[in-house]
Design a protein around this ligand. Structure first.
Ligand code: C5J
Length: 221
């Protein structure tokens, strides 16, 4: 048992075998030029700032033998799991399934869909492909967490207000004690990241807690 200095108040960590690190969508499509993120008109460079922090947490969990789950947002090549509403949304030239500089946009197995090299999962680590923004929708995440007896989740990844927040809210509704790593998540819109941090921890932690990676690592020491 450990205490982490967090907002809106201290977060109590269980033993490590009840805790998982969730790394959301650190894939080339979102972090590198030529992917889905850029196709939507975003500057992708700010997202890279969190890579060292996420790497540090990934290593800390590996050193302890604790569960790490990465997700990637992507669709089957026939796009059967991509609702037309999702594919047609927006007015970018490149849409989901179209061929871009890193292969077909947001299609599983394409180069752009791969996790960035700095965070390449080890062979024994779980990667969950998700067709939606929330990682519980149409995936095996719930059963994976149950199988491992997980009760507490640390969230990292991109983007804060879309896939990270959606997943954290889904997890909160399922009864998980969720903490969002402030310097381990990023958005194309810094103000949206800040708003997400604020709304997660408002009203006594209505969705969960936030803390820096340093605060979490200090609590684990
Ligand atoms: C988005 C995500 N922003 N991973 N996906 O479309 O947040």
């Amino acid at each position: 048992m450990a205490q982490i200095a967090a907002q809106p108040y201290d977060y109590t960590l269980p033993t490590g075998d009840r805790l998982a690190l969730i790394i959301i969508d650190m894939q080339r499509d979102f972090l590198e030029p030529g992917g889905f993120g850029e196709a939507l008109g975003n500057d992708v460079t700010p997202l890279r700032e969190i890579v060292p922090t996420v790497q540090t947490l990934q290593q800390a969990f590996r050193d302890r033998g604790w569960l790490i789950i990465q997700t990637v947002e992507g669709h089957h090549p026939d796009l059967s799991d991509c609702p037309p509403a999702k594919r047609d949304r927006g007015n970018s030239e490149l849409k989901i399934g179209d061929v871009g500089p890193m292969g077909r946009i947001l299609v599983l197995g394409e180069p752009g869909n791969g996790i960035i090299p700095e965070l390449t999962p080890q062979a024994n680590e779980t990667v969950i492909a998700k067709p939606g923004k929330g990682a519980f929708y149409a995936t095996a995440l719930a059963t994976t967490l149950q199988r491992h007896g997980i009760t507490h989740l640390l969230f990292t990844g991109v983007t804060t207000e879309v896939c990270v927040q959606s997943t954290m809210r889904e997890a909160n509704d399922r009864g998980y004690e969720c903490l969002l790593i402030e310097d381990g998540t990023a958005s194309y819109f810094p103000e949206f990241k800040q708003a997400t941090l604020d709304m997660v921890r408002a009203q006594g932690g209505i969705v969960g807690w936030t803390a820096t990676a340093e605060q979490v690592l200090a609590g684990l020491a």
